[in-house]
Ligand binder design. Structure first.
Ligand code: NAP
Ligand code: MG
Length: 405
């Protein structure tokens, strides 16, 4: 069989631990036999990041900007224990953080749904995609523990000195706490554009929610920026595609989301998105079935799994023990990236390959063959058959070969 050709390179970002092992197995079993893979390879494994003083991460992000589409393996974000384990010269920053700040992107997380693994919320029939604004707010806050009586104020002085604002936050009569948050119009605009762009790209409605009735300046600014960008830049396209942009208060949104059928994007501020993405992904089933894509406002895409490097399984693997790690989200990162590459380059057969591989994965699980993490969630008609990662990939390959004829 002739291999499917690619034109523009896909940026490939390798990673760490168990997912690095799966990465190679996925390529060997499911990609290389069928696709003439044209990737520009960047090794974001921690060893290479240390060796290059993290330059490799910056280079990979710039390549993502140059070519438009990347696929990334999970990577270790170093902490004190990792500094020791890998003998690091410094605690390198999270690669995802570095890439996100270079691309100025928003992360969209969506569950992969299969028949037999049912969401806790029984009326959810389609995926709910969460878009989290990953900038500012409580993650870049300034906080103080107030030790005694006294006044806390919020003040601003412009660089030129001619704008000055000063407000009392609270006149403390006893000890307490105080917190200062900020965000930037430019970042909120990028967030909004990434959301509208992704909604159009995936043909889904976009919901956005904040607490603008209580936060009349901070949250209201988010609401106003979204509304203005929608009106001036995206309304026509939305209407032409029959899509809806829907703003509502976050409490109302929570109630509507629970009662919905799914099938839309829910955009949230940083903290709300952090909390709601964990809630929604748990309610859909498993972190191992959650995909993630970083979308920049100017239309660059980076696909990955939402989970980490699955360290516990890797240590078992190193001891020669059999592991049943779920490769599904990593496979979907590859198919997401290949499909987008195919779309941008007009390669119908590459897009069709991605669709067939997705279908082969879903049908394999629906036939009862799955990794250990899914067995406990299984409610299908056939009995669940737990297999190791390699046998799971082989079962997918058999189905894929059938589909490719
Ligand atoms: P994790 O790798 O997501 O794993 C947490 C646990 O979730 C696993 O121990 C496993 O549970 C289960 N799990 C996750 N993915 C699975 C899969 N594909 N198949 C089967 N089970 C799966 O999170 P972590 O242990 O907190 O973090 C490990 C490393 O990953 C850290 O160094 C962290 O910095 C990094 N990380 C990277 C990213 C990223 O690159 N995007 C994201 C998050 C974390 P059981 O052990 O119970 O089987
Ligand atoms: Mg969280």
């Amino acid at each position: 069989m002739e291999k499917i050709k690619m034109t523009t390179p896909l940026v490939e970002m390798d990673g760490d631990e168990m997912t690095r092992i799966l990465w190679q197995q996925i390529k060997d079993e499911l990609l290389l036999p069928f696709v003439d893979l044209n990737t520009e390879y960047y090794d974001l494994g921690l060893v290479k990041r240390e060796e290059t003083k993290d330059q490799i991460t910056i280079d990979a992000a710039n390549a993502n900007k140059k070519y438009g589409v990347a696929v990334k393996c999970a990577t270790i974000t170093p902490n004190a224990q990792r500094v020791e384990e890998y003998n690091l010269s410094t605690m390198w920053k999270s690669p995802n953080g570095t890439i996100r700040s270079i691309l100025d992107g928003t992360v969209f997380r969506a569950p992969i749904m299969v028949k037999g693994i049912n969401p806790v919320v029984k009326n959810w029939q389609m995926p709910i995609t969460i878009a989290r604004h990953a900038y500012g707010d409580v993650y870049k806050d300034t906080e103080m523990r107030i030790p005694c009586k006294g006044k806390a104020t919020l003040s601003f002085v412009s660089t030129t000195g001619d704008v000055q604002m000063n407000q009392t936050v609270y006149d403390f009569e006893c000890p307490g706490v105080v917190q200062g948050l900020y965000n930037k119009d430019s970042s909120i605009k990028s967030f909004a554009r990434s959301c509208f762009q992704y909604a159009i790209g995936t043909k889904q409605d976009l919901w956005f929610s904040t607490k603008d009735t209580i936060s009349k300046k901070y949250d209201h600014t988010f609401k106003d920026i979204f509304a203005e960008i929608y009106e001036t830049e995206y309304k026509e396209q939305f209407e032409a595609l029959g899509l809806e942009y829907f703003y509502t208060l976050i409490d109302d949104a929570v109630a509507r989301v629970i009662r919905s059928k799914g099938g839309f994007i829910w955009a949230l501020k940083n903290y709300d998105g952090d909390v709601m993405s964990d809630m929604v992904s748990t309610a859909f089933g498993s972190l191992a079935m959650m995909t993630s894509v970083l979308v920049s406002p100017d239309g660059n895409y980076e696909y990955e799994a939402a989970h980490g490097t699955v360290t516990r399984h890797y240590y078992k693997y190193l001891k020669g023990e059999e592991t049943s790690t779920n490769p599904v989200a990593t496979i979907f990162a590859w198919t997401g990236a290949l499909r987008k590459r195919g779309e941008l380059d007009g390669l119908a057969d590459l897009q069709a390959f991605a669709d067939k591989l997705d279908a082969a994965v879903i049908e394999t699980i629906e036939s009862g063959v799955m990794t250990g993490d899914l067995v406990g969630l299984w409610e299908g008609d056939v009995p669940a058959q737990k297999v190791n990662s390699m046998d799971f990939l082989k079962a997918i390959r058999a189905r894929l070969e059938e589909k490719l004829g």
